[in-house]
Design a protein around this ligand. Sequence first.
Ligand code: TMP
Length: 212
Amino acid sequence: MGNLGKFIVFEGIDGSGKSTQIKLLCENLKKRGILCRQTLEPTYGMVGGVLHDILSGDKKADPKVTAALFVADRLDHILNNDDGILKSINDGVTVICDRYYFSSYAYQSVEVPREWVIGANRLAAETLRPDATIFVDVSADTAMERISKNRDNIELYESFERLSKVREGYFSAFELMKDEEKIFVVDGNRPVEKIAEEIEKIVMEKVFSKDL
Ligand code: TMP
């Protein structure tokens, strides 16, 4: 069997700029000859489709149901035989994922007890733990400013109060999980290229064990 791919996760509140950074990291890894694929949660698979409808407001669901759907979507994302994450990793492809279980810990725990959310995600965590979780940190103020400039429609969780709570939820989950997870917080308030440079350095050194 050849080398396994790595699994790198990006997290951040809505409007943190993580999508731009994911694109740049993938390009930078490819330049270094590393096979790499981008993916995201919620997915556009069978469960993810329902989640997108809930986020846009087209469908209504109790927060507990939404939390359970995120878990089901995640397991399908990891395990499915067509484009599942494990399949790519086993094929030697590094997977960069926009959001993973820390999104559930931060977002769903606003309305559902955090212990439940963590317990429900345990199978995902035990099956596939990220080689690095990169948190692109911006304040809720900055995030809301960017969201209102760039979007026509505001999604379910996109309000100042909610994003402030979510950001706090991330930090308290990071503290709780600091012994079993590899978490890197980067300051997302700087120019795009500066942030990309720092992320590339973290990934090369900590994930691929190569000094830059
Ligand atoms: P994004 O496209 O900006 O990443 O938005 C996805 C939305 O889904 C975002 O508001 C966060 C939310 N979400 C959760 O609430 N829980 C989760 O587990 C995931 C993956 C996403």
